[in-house]
Design a protein around this ligand. Structure first.
Ligand code: NAD
Length: 476
């Protein structure tokens, strides 16, 4: 279904994110017929460039980041929607021109794909030049602060000129098909919800593993680390979707109210429930070389156990882990159910718990491990089979067309649907939980343990679960 015609201004339109994600995403939606041809995409950045130059720049980005572009139609029509204004966020240059180029009678969205330090300048100048009004929308990227104080500052800067209903804070994890499917599975089936509590769920594991190191982002990364870069935002959002109560309606604030309640119910994390690590050198440079700071205590890996103090989850720990240079690139949520209360089978060597795995990558999909009788005449022996639901398979032809997270989220901005965007109070609550954890290890002068690249992280992380009589799932 096409969205309404729009003007989308991309501040930072010549940046890395615009090239890799925003522009290719818009192009795909254009080809899919969702972006109306009378919409306009206006790049706005510091470089001096004219419209033709930027169209060329966009075409190059598409060629680089869309592998099958040559087969694609509509490229010149798409480029026809592209415009450019050279602008200085902190000066006067370009603003009057931008005001003249944006239309008042279409949806107007402003993507702040620039450093957060510029958000205030952009908001101020948009307002000054009368480019925005009460119906305009702003999209902002992570990182949304580095602690509660800075997140509050950013919220305050945006709130000076925009209402909360106009602000779209992107967490691209929320744009993933599987993440939304999680809500459908939980709330559109009678099957799961009655079991969705600590009486029937033993524990939950959330894993986001990467094979890459910090690469060229070393100096940025070293100021943040895995807790700030991944746990406070992405893993926290996943935890919320698993743990939240059913919202009364599939409505942005109803959903976000429930997520907020989960974050507020998180217990403080005990020091013994945290393991931090740094990848070692192994043919390739280790973390300390990558960030060019031999004394760095920033973690490239973190595993922690967190409990939720509410009626539904008391007694079911959530184990979170994320790291770089691990064995495989994989993101998944695994929900392990408890044992049946009474066994009627003798010698159940084959028995294993039911596990529901929600895979975000690779191969988005879900998989439920159930026990059946081992086929054949060998008597009643148990074996496990996966009930497998790969979306690409289940959806046939359309599986290939699953939109990338950015595409979906940008279209949601144009539609004015905030469900998959973080609300200001949610972000602040997540920092209010994360801050004492970080302050705790800083005060203890905690040093991350080294781990070998290509493994599942520091050995100590295994103990986090062993101690509780549980095991991490293999990273593969
Ligand atoms: P980048 O450094 O590649 O690009 C920055 C852009 O901002 C350029 O277009 C530049 O011209 C523009 N800019 C800088 N100063 C300006 C000024 N004074 N006035 C006008 N324009 C100015 O950055 P990026 O990697 O594209 O990241 C943009 C934002 O997105 C950042 O907040 C970043 O944290 C966030 N982000 C990026 C990624 C990614 O993969 N690149 C992922 C998640 C979040």
């Amino acid at each position: 279904i096409p969205v309404d015609p729009f003007d989308l201004v991309i501040f930072g339109g010549t940046g890395d994110l615009a090239r890799r994600k925003i522009l290719p995403g818009l192009y795909r939606r254009f080809v899919a017929g969702q972006m109306p041809a009378d919409s306009r995409i206006i790049g706005a950045a510091r470089s001096e460039m004219d419209q033709a130059g930027y169209r060329q720049f966009v075409a190059e980005a598409l060629r680089e980041f869309i592998p099958d572009l040559r087969r694609a139609e509509g490229l010149s029509d798409f480029l026809g929607t592209i415009d450019y204004v050279a602008i200085d966020a902190q000066g006067d240059g370009g603003w009057a021109e931008l005001a003249g180029r944006t239309r008042k009678d279409v949806v107007r969205a402003f993507y702040f794909s620039v450093a957060p330090a510029l958000f205030g300048d952009l908001a101020e100048r948009l307002h000054q030049h009368g480019i925005t009004d009460a119906s305009s929308r702003v999209v902002v990227e992570k990182p949304f602060g580095r602690d509660l104080a800075t997140a509050r500052d950013l919220n305050a800067v945006l709130a000076r000129h925009f209402d909360e209903t106009q602000i779209y804070r992107i967490d691209h994890y929320l744009g993933k098909e599987t993440v939304q499917n999680l809500m459908a599975v939980r709330f559109a089936n009678i099957l799961f919800e009655p079991l969705w509590n600590s009486q029937f769920i033993d524990h939950v594991q959330i894993t986001v593993a990467e094979t890459v190191g910090v690469g060229g982002r070393g100096s940025y990364y070293d100021r943040s680390g895995a807790m700030r870069d991944m746990v406070q935002n992405h893993l926290m959002q996943l935890l919320c979707l698993i743990a939240m109560e059913p919202p009364y309606r599939f409505d942005p604030d109803a959903v976000r109210d429930e997520k907020l309640k989960v974050i507020r119910a998180l217990d403080p994390v005990r020091p013994e429930d945290i393991v931090r690590g740094q990848y070692l050198a192994n043919g390739q440079p280790g973390y300390l070389e990558d960030v060019e700071n031999p004394a760095s205590r920033t973690e490239s890996y973190i595993a922690l156990k967190v409990c939720i103090s509410n009626w539904r989850w008391k007694g079911t720990p959530f184990y979170l882990r994320t790291g770089k240079r691990l064995r495989a690139r994989t993101s998944e949520i695994a929900i392990t159910f408890r044992e049946p209360p009474h066994s009627i089978f003798e010698g159940e060597e084959g028995w294993k718990e039911n596990v529901l795995v929600i895979r975000l990558q690779p191969n988005e999909g879900m998989n439920l491990r159930v026990m059946i009788k081992e086929p054949g005449p060998g008597g009643m022996r148990l074996t496990e089979v996966p009930l497998d639901m790969s979306f690409a398979d289940a959806l046939g032809e359309t599986g290939a067309d699953i939109p990338d997270a950015y595409e979906r989220l940008i279209m949601d901005v144009i539609r004015g649907n905030q469900t998959l965007f973080m609300r200001g109070d949610e972000v602040e609550a997540a920092w209010a939980w994360a801050d004492p954890v970080i302050e705790g290890w800083e005060a203890r002068d905690d040093r991350p343990r080294g781990y070998d690249p290509g493994t599942s992280g520091p050995e100590d992380a295994l103990m986090l679960l062993h101690r509780d009589g549980r095991r991490w799932r293999e990273i593969r």
